[in-house]
Design a protein around this ligand. Structure first.
Ligand code: PMP
Ligand code: GLN
Length: 417
């Protein structure tokens, strides 16, 4: 460990001091980055880049950024290789390859009973990240408000800001991580244009119940709002729970854009093949923005993801079972290491309260020192909140790693106590 720390010392010091100037993803008025547009002041460097660099520099076990350490289905990988060898190496069509759009339509029908037209109601994007950016840039005007649960995925707030719009966060708190319907209602104003809803939820691992999803749908209908649903973890749901697709609830299809991605489902986070489905006028609005962001991406990966979306039920249930076993391996270890561990029902992630181990509850400080103290990297969730104090003491660990890697992380974390 000491050797690894030594090897990474110089770089680690650089990263920490750089990060100290730009500490969080939400606006911090006191630190100004030269040249950067006012809209993005305070957003700093994404925590995932900072923490993965720290993991590399210190040789730590990286339970920070959420990516698996094993490959997904062989046939999906082979399909991409075959596509490259078969010459599918030029720009795909703007809305995405027909084979993938057809597969997305079939997937939405198969899992949620939702019907879409592959030509006018589906758009392939550079990951869910670009689907989110394209939707927010294509749908929002200056001053529009977006109601969103916090903690929230790190690209939401900066993309809303780039659109000139305003995020209105509603905090969900552990251990239940449910939302208060009255708080949600209170966040809606005459300026609210849309609700951005992520379930299964990163970083908490919540799978919102049918009643909770219905509550959001009811508010959207009552206030005539659009809804963007971020469902990238749709197939990573544990304990026999159900992922409720909000667009499938009565009256919601026509006001909802569904966003997902192949990254988590096929363990191909580096391929960045995402998509969005919804009524044609909404998809057209998003496509207008999206075509000037990347235009298109990932040609040979598109048919591969199409193949993956058609895999057997056993593949999808096996994926969830594998991750559930990993969750069940890491969680007891985190408890033994001394954290207060909150339940997680889905995703790659589990959240903990660090205060039993760090009484001042400074999660940012904890995560920046953890690699040097014991060779493990985690994510301070404070950066995923606009109300920073709500998440200050909460840290996220990823369990999408092989069992021996999780065991080694636990062994190291137990030396903290
Ligand atoms: N939304 C959520 C909730 C996520 O956790 C992620 C991270 N992968 C994304 C969107 C972005 O997905 P992609 O990698 O497909 O761009
Ligand atoms: N979704 C992953 C996470 O939350 C990584 C996202 C990213 O690096 N942009 O860790």
């Amino acid at each position: 460990m000491a050797r690894l720390e030594l090897a990474g010392l110089e770089l680690a010091v650089l990263i920490v001091s750089h990060a100290a100037r730009e500490p969080t993803l939400a606006p911090v008025p006191s630190s100004r980055t030269p040249h950067l547009t006012a809209k993005l002041q305070g957003f700093g460097t994404t925590i995932f880049a900072e923490m993965s660099a720290l993991a590399t520099a210190t040789g730590s076990v990286n339970l920070g950024q959420g990516f698996p350490d094993s490959d997904g289905p062989r046939e999906v990988l082979d399909a991409a290789i075959a596509a490259i060898n078969g010459g599918l190496n030029q720009y795909p069509p703007g809305p995405g390859m027909p084979v993938l759009r057809q597969a997305i339509v079939a997937h939405q029908q198969r899992f949620y009973g939702l019907q879409y037209d592959p030509d006018s109601e589906v758009l392939v994007t550079a990951g869910a990240t670009e689907a989110l950016a394209g939707a927010l840039l294509g749908l929002l005007d200056t001053g529009d408000e977006v109601v969103v649960l916090e903690p929230m995925f790190d690209s939401y707030a900066p993309c809303i800001a780039m659109a000139g719009a305003v995020a209105k966060p509603v905090t969900i708190r552990p251990p239940s991580y449910t939302f208060d319907p009255d708080e949600l209602r209170a966040a809606i104003t005459p300026k609210t244009k849309l609700i951005l809803f992520n379930s299964p939820h990163n970083p908490t691992g919540r799978v919102f119940s049918r009643d909770e999803v219905q509550c959001i749908a009811d508010l959207a209908i009552e206030h005539d709002l659009l809804v963007l649903t971020d469902e990238v973890y749709e197939h990573l749901v544990f304990d026999g729970l159900e992922h409720v697709a909000l667009a499938a609830l009565p009256g919601m299809r026509e006001r909802t854009l569904v966003i997902s991605s192949g990254g988590k489902t096929f363990s191909t986070t580096g391929w960045k093949i995402g998509w969005l489905c919804g009524p044609a006028p909404l998809v057209t609005a998003v496509r207008t923005a999206k075509q000037f962001l990347t235009y298109v991406n990932g040609g040979p990966f598109q048919p591969a993801v199409a193949l993956g979306l058609g895999l057997s039920d056993e593949f999808f249930s096996g994926l969830a079972a594998d991750l559930q076993a990993k969750r069940d391996r890491l969680m007891p270890g985190l408890i033994e290491a001394g954290f207060t561990v909150f339940p997680t029902q889905s995703t790659y992630f589990v959240t903990v309260d660090i205060r039993p181990l760090q009484p001042d509850g400074d999660g940012m400080d904890f995560c920046r020192h953890l690699p040097h103290r014991c060779g493990v990297v985690a994510i301070p969730t404070e950066v995923l909140y606009m109300n920073k104090h709500e998440g200050r003491h909460i840290v996220r660990f990823a369990f999408c790693k092989q069992l021996d890697v999780l065991d080694e992380a636990v062994r190291r974390l137990k030396t903290l106590g």
